[in-house]
Design a protein around this ligand. Sequence first.
Ligand SMILES: Nc1ncnc2c1ncn2[C@@H]1O[C@H](COP(=O)(O)OP(=O)(O)OP(=O)(O)O)[C@@H](O)[C@H]1O
Ligand SMILES: [Mg+2]
Length: 254
Amino acid sequence: MDALLAIRGVSRRFGGVAALANVSFAVPAGAIVGVIGPNGSGKTTLMNLVSGVDAPSGGEILFEGRPVQGRPVHRLARLGIARTFQHIRLVPQLTAAENVALALHEPEASLADTLLRLPRLSHIEGERRRQAVSLLERTGLDGAADRPAGDLSYGDRRRVEIARALATRPRLLLLDEPAAGMNATEKRALHALIAGFRADGITTVLVEHDMDLVMGVCDHLHVLNQGRAIASGPPAAVRHDPLVIEAYLGAEDA
Ligand SMILES: Nc1ncnc2c1ncn2[C@@H]1O[C@H](COP(=O)(O)OP(=O)(O)OP(=O)(O)O)[C@@H](O)[C@H]1O
Ligand SMILES: [Mg+2]
């Protein structure tokens, strides 16, 4: 299978900190690939580089074989790369449906653009609303369509973020800790949702601390520790890798 995404020797330095150091791996089209590692290991930095929020200090990022590193978010969105954020970014005073509708035609709209257009958005029209509600339905949230995003539980806001990312019709979806703040029932629903992306032709990169979810839903894992890729393989193998166990135990001792 061809790689949809290839990370090649990617580094990102912040002053003296090597957030990522010479990381390489490929994500095959149609796969669900997990990126795990202790706090501060570089997972979000990697998501930022692939989605265009940030640019690498070195190395290449190929999407469908084309170098895309350093391109802005809106260009990558148009190519089919969408993401959710570890620190949720919704407009709290807009309803769940309005937050999703924003991404339907204007995936590249910045938060500033969005706020400028608030009055115009207070009544989203029929077809956009229908599509937004249908995307919320897919994430199990159609009942919350007309509630302000800021009033929703943490887990529900994470699902609105997924619906918003899906609104851009992504081919590559990057999820940064989608299960954070979810209860066991919500996590089971999230598992089913992510597993279903495969059938829709969406390739997924999942950053997650919940090991049951990661081990259960991913085809393949890459493990980061202090900015370096220390292991990769099928979940069952990675789980027993001594380097991985040591990285997590070391993080607990710190
Ligand atoms: N904008 C920034 N400026 C300076 N340092 C940064 C910046 N972003 C990340 N870092 C540093 O880079 C390292 C990796 O951070 P990153 O957020 O990618 O980790 P993470 O694996 O996502 O952690 P967590 O599991 O806690 O979310 C950390 O040492 C962090 O402090
Ligand atoms: Mg992070």
